[in-house]
Design a binder for this molecule. Structure first.
Ligand code: PLP
Length: 397
């Protein structure tokens, strides 16, 4: 191997920054330069970097016990599951290590519920949506309605069909005697920050009810306060059968969860599914501290208020900017649609010490800490709006 060559696979296109320290909405690079973080490691560090309430619990747990395996009882899993169940419409929880694994568990429980509990193994097809994102494992990249995510990985597992987003009639046409579930993001995160229409969500929930399908909500990006409610489904007046979580749940410590309604409990009988690390002591200590802090500080309510403020500021300040298209989102998951490719604009915003992230080629995504201060938000908005004004002026010459 060449000495100057990286020993990593080149599967990530990385920005030219190396961060060495974080606190709240601040990051510092190896030269001591400070950055304002408006992306939270892809909607993960909802309480900001290194929040005291969480780091203290994690440090305590590091000194006590890390891992025993899922062959033994685990009080941290029980406690975190109780918190999630008490604060959602779900009744039972399975812990894993990532979003893709949570969605794998959701796909598996849907198939197994129909094959083993209802004894209808022919019903194994799941309807998902164009421009969705559900993960990078073989089943979840197949569930993902984006060609670029599937490219080169054939043969893909069967059992997935795709509907256009926000089109309930198209969903209805895809329902057949083989359908077992509909899998949906209430705001498509990676697909461009596309919120679902309330009428569409109601219609999909109704279709599930009428046809006996499971409604699986992928809340991996929208959950844990991100959209201004603890779970995005609370905005829509519906109840899913399955919820998947990951990103915000451990504030950066790897943990995922699949939550399900009571009728699904026995679909995952002993030995039917599992993972070595899922819900280990470090992960659940972090998850418990994160959830308790989010609930105690009403981080969801704060996200709702700050999200409204950012949205109205962006709409006012960018109203006459010809480079700006639709501004959309829910709570603190905000997409700034551009009429041009966003890469150069994002690069310029980064160079001014503000971290934002694209969601597709033409959308700048904001996903700041749920607890971000108004001063930080105002500074970020100044940089974003001034950069877009300059870019518009340059484009006009
Ligand atoms: C990030 C994400 C995933 C995948 O999570 P990983 O932890 O990267 O496997 C799945 N669904 C949605 C909606 C996501 O945002």
């Amino acid at each position: 191997m060449g000495e100057t060559q990286s020993a990593l696979f080149p599967n990530y296109a990385r920005y030219p920054f190396t961060f060495v320290k974080g606190e709240g909405s601040r990051l510092w690079d190896e030269n001591g330069k400070e950055y304002l973080d408006l992306m939270c490691g892809l909607a993960v560090t909802g309480l900001g970097h290194a929040p005291k309430q969480v780091t203290e619990r994690l440090k305590e747990q590091v000194d006590t016990l890390w891992h025993t395996s899922n062959l033994f009882h685990n009080p941290g899993q029980e406690k975190l599951a109780q918190i999630l169940v008490a604060n959602s419409c779900a009744d039972a929880v399975f812990f894993c290590n990532s979003g893709a694994e949570a969605n794998e568990a959701a796909i598996k429980i849907a198939r197994r519920y129909f094959s083993k509990v209802l004894e209808q193994p022919e019903r194994n097809e799941i309807i998902t949506f164009d421009m969705s994102f559900h993960g990078r494992t073989l089943a979840t990249l197949t569930a993902t309605g984006q060609q670029k995510v599937q490219d080169g990985f054939a043969p893909l597992p069967p059992g997935f069909v795709y509907a256009p987003y926000n089109d309930a009639e198209a969903v209805e046409k895809l329902i057949s005697p083989r359908t077992c579930a509909i899998m949906l993001e209430l705001v498509q995160g990676e697909g461009g920050v596309n919120p679902a229409d309330p009428d569409f969500v109601k219609a999909v929930a109704e279709l599930c009810e009428r046809h006996g399908l499971l409604l699986i909500l992928d809340e991996i990006q929208t959950g844990i306060g991100r959209t201004g409610k603890l779970f995005a489904y609370e905005h829509y007046g519906i109840e899913p059968d399955v919820i998947t979580l990951a990103k915000g749940l451990g504030n950066g410590f790897p943990i995922g969860a699949m939550l399900g309604k009571e009728k699904l409990r026995n679909a995952l009988s002993a030995g039917s599914h599992g993972t070595t690390y899922g819900g280990n002591y470090l992960a659940t200590a972090t998850g418990i501290a994160t959830m308790e802090t989010i609930l105690a500080e009403d981080a969801s309510g704060k996200a709702a208020a700050m999200g409204d403020y950012i949205m109205s500021e962006l709409k006012t300040r960018l109203a006459s900017n010809p480079l700006v298209g639709q501004i959309r989102g829910l709570g603190l998951l905000i997409g700034l649609g551009l009429t041009v490719p966003g890469a150069d604009i994002i690069k310029s915003i980064h160079e001014q010490g503000v971290l934002v992230v694209p969601a597709g080629p033409n959308v700048i995504r904001l996903a700041p800490s749920l607890l971000i201060s108004k001063e930080d938000v105002d500074r970020g908005l100044d940089v974003i709006c001034e950069t877009l004004a300059k870019a518009a002026a340059a484009a006009a010459v």
